[in-house]
Each structure stands twice: as C-alpha cells, then as structure tokens.
Design a protein around this ligand. Structure first.
Ligand code: NDP
Ligand code: OXD
Length: 306
C-alpha cells in the first residue's frame, strides 16, 4: 500500500516517520511532481496538480476538521474525503471558548487593565443567568464546548442543521430555528463548518438579534463573519466585544482594523491545533479500516460541504 503526504506549512519528516510506524508494511513518502499513484493521501491545502496527478486515490485524509479549502479543489471522483474527527481538538476548543467566555463574563480584561495601572478596585458581580451562551454548530467540537460551558453553569443554547438532543442544552435547528436561537443568546460561539449555507452567517441581521451587550466568539472560519457588520455593531454599542481566532485572510493583514480595536481580542488561528500523534493514530486506524472494507467516521458529504 502506498501513502503519499502533501501538507502545506507542515514539516513532513515527523509525519512520515509517524505514519510509517503506525502502518508497517506501507510505503509512505512525501509527494513530488510525477510521483507514482498512491492508495491514500494525507493532505492539508494540497495544490490542484497533486489531485490531478492522483486520480486513483481511495482515501484523502485532511489533517484538520474543516474541509472548506479542500472542497474548493477538483477532487478525484471516487475518493473518500475524510476529516479529523476530534483527534484531541475538542478539549482544546473547550478550553479556548470557556476562557474567552469567562474572561468576558468576569471582566478579567478590565481587572488586568486596572492592576496594570496600580488600581485596586472591584466590579459588581454579574449574573450568570444574564449571560446565556449560544453555540452555532453542535458537531464534534460544538457539543464538547456546549458541555464544558454547562460545567460552569452558563445557560447554553445550541443550533444545528438537524435537530439534536444534548443534556441541559436548549437545542434549536434549521433556518426556521435561527432567529429564536439568536434572540436567546448574549454570547455567540461559532463552530459551524464553512459551506455555501453558512458563509457570511455572522452579519448585521443575525448579530443584531443577539441580546444587547452581545459578545461574539468566532473559532470556525473567517468567512463566516462580515467584518464591517461586526465593527458597526461594536461601534453602536449593541455588541460589547469579540474574540476572533479566524479571519478572511490569514495571517491577518497588518493594516486590518481588528488589530487595534479596543473591543476585539485576537489569536492567530490557534484555538484547536492539529495534534500530530493523535491525528496519525486516527488516520492510520481509518486507512486500515478502509482497506478491510469497513465503514469509518468522519467521511465528508461533498454535496453538504462538511
Ligand atoms: P462537525 O461536522 O462535527 O459539526 C458541524 C456542525 O455544524 C453540525 O452540528 C452541523 O449540523 C452544523 N451545521 C452545518 N451546516 C449547518 C447549517 N447550514 N445550519 C446549521 N447548522 C449547521 O464539525 P466539527 O465540530 O468537527 O468542526 C466545526 C468547524 O470548526 C470546522 O468545520 C472548522 O471550520 C472549525 N475548526 C476550527 C479550528 C480552529 O483552530 N479555529 C480547529 C478545528 C475546527 P448537523 O449536526 O445537523 O449536521
Ligand atoms: C481545522 C483547523 O479545520 O485547524 O482543523 O482550522
């Protein structure tokens, strides 16, 4: 069995060694132009030429959870596109989102500024019941985040395409459930995949429906958010702030207004990193299962887009 590796911005050697150790007997190599046909590929942002030269692939394993960039390419017709299914990302996402929600709710940013100025002062405790959190996307990451937020006793709402039941989370579904979901939330966490249905979904209309003093946490994709609409609602005071991990252009261009905005906290697409060992173990297990003809989790529905 031949495995080819074609991942942009990723040092190949540790992945190649890890895949060789996990799949003894397989030939694992980094893709080069004109390389022989492989059975499976491990990819991140591959060039179109790679896909054009590998028409016989059985499995295309993305080393991330989001496949939006991959699905924009012309893919071999019969290949199974497989995304990372947690692989150590959900706990990181839960940490990141809980940190952002709690930092805002407890006003730790304000305390940091006070202490830096040598100011010993207290703020009035806020009521948790007045900070309902909404999680858009109740998949692998969204459900883990929703459960983690419940641990801190925030009221939690969730929104997904199809109806879901998550313990202690008020679940809403579909386009018809969106407005009610938004109106129920003060803090909005985006964990949707980027698809034609979800592009630009965080816009003036939807964000205006959040409760006054709303707060936005975008950890999914930059193209979900209409930047100017967020800025307008921050300026009007309807939104109190935002924590953004993902951007339309990454790295975020130096001149972008987000960098200096006093109500926006930024991180460089780092809320849930791909963990190499977990990912290799998961991908190797799935390659073995596919070779045995068994079903696997995390296969992308190309029409749905996730
Ligand atoms: P999943 O596929 O497991 O979950 C996606 C969820 O979104 C599902 O609940 C799905 O609904 C819902 N959804 C999809 N389309 C719609 C729609 N049109 N309307 C309402 N709900 C919709 O994905 P993951 O949880 O694994 O990952 C989510 C995203 O997080 C990734 O696609 C990626 O973009 C992003 N991500 C970001 C990272 C970062 O570091 N910033 C790291 C990892 C991922 P249903 O359940 O009904 O199908
Ligand atoms: C992912 C990401 O999709 O890193 O996994 O954004």
């Amino acid at each position: 069995m031949n495995i080819t590796f074609c991942c942009a911005d990723t040092r190949p050697e540790p992945w190649l060694e890890g895949l060789r150790a996990a799949l003894p007997g397989a030939t694992v190599s980094e893709w080069q132009v004109g390389a022989p046909q492989a059975d499976h590929a491990v990819v991140w942002s591959p060039p179109q030429q790679f896909l054009d030269e590998q028409p016989g692939l059985k499995g295309l394993f993305n080393i991330g959870a989001g496949v939006d960039a991959l699905l924009r390419l012309r893919l071999p017709p019969g290949v199974e596109v497989v995304r990372l299914d947690d692989a150590g990302m959900s706990v990181q996402m839960a940490e990141y989102v809980c940190h952002a929600v709690i930092r805002h709710f407890r006003e730790f940013d304000g305390y940091e500024a006070d202490m830096a100025r040598g100011r010993w002062s207290f703020r009035k405790p806020r009521m948790r019941a007045e900070f309902p959190v909404g999680v858009m996307g109740l998949g692998v990451l969204g459900q883990r985040v929703a459960r983690a937020l419940r641990h801190f006793e925030f009221p939690v709402h969730g929104w997904s395409r199809t109806p879901k039941a998550v313990a202690d989370v008020v679940c809403h579904a579909g386009a018809q459930g969106l407005d009610e979901f938004l109106a129920s939330c003060r803090v909005l966490v985006n964990l949707l995949p980027l698809t034609p249905d979800t592009r630009d979904i965080l816009n003036r209309r939807t964000l205006s429906r959040l409760q006054p003093g709303g707060y936005v946490i975008n950890v999914a994709r930059g193209a979900h958010l209409v930047d100017d609409d967020l800025l307008a609602l921050l300026d009007s005071g309807h939104l109190a702030g935002a924590t953004l991990d993902v951007f339309r252009t990454e790295p975020l261009p130096k001149e972008h207004v987000f960098w200096q905005h006093p109500k926006i906290t930024l991180t460089p697409h780092t809320s849930a990193r791909t963990l190499r060992e977990e990912s290799i173990a998961q991908i190797a297990g799935k390659i073995r299962a596919l070779e045995r003809g068994e079903p696997i989790a995390g296969v992308v529905d190309r029409v749905r887009g996730y």
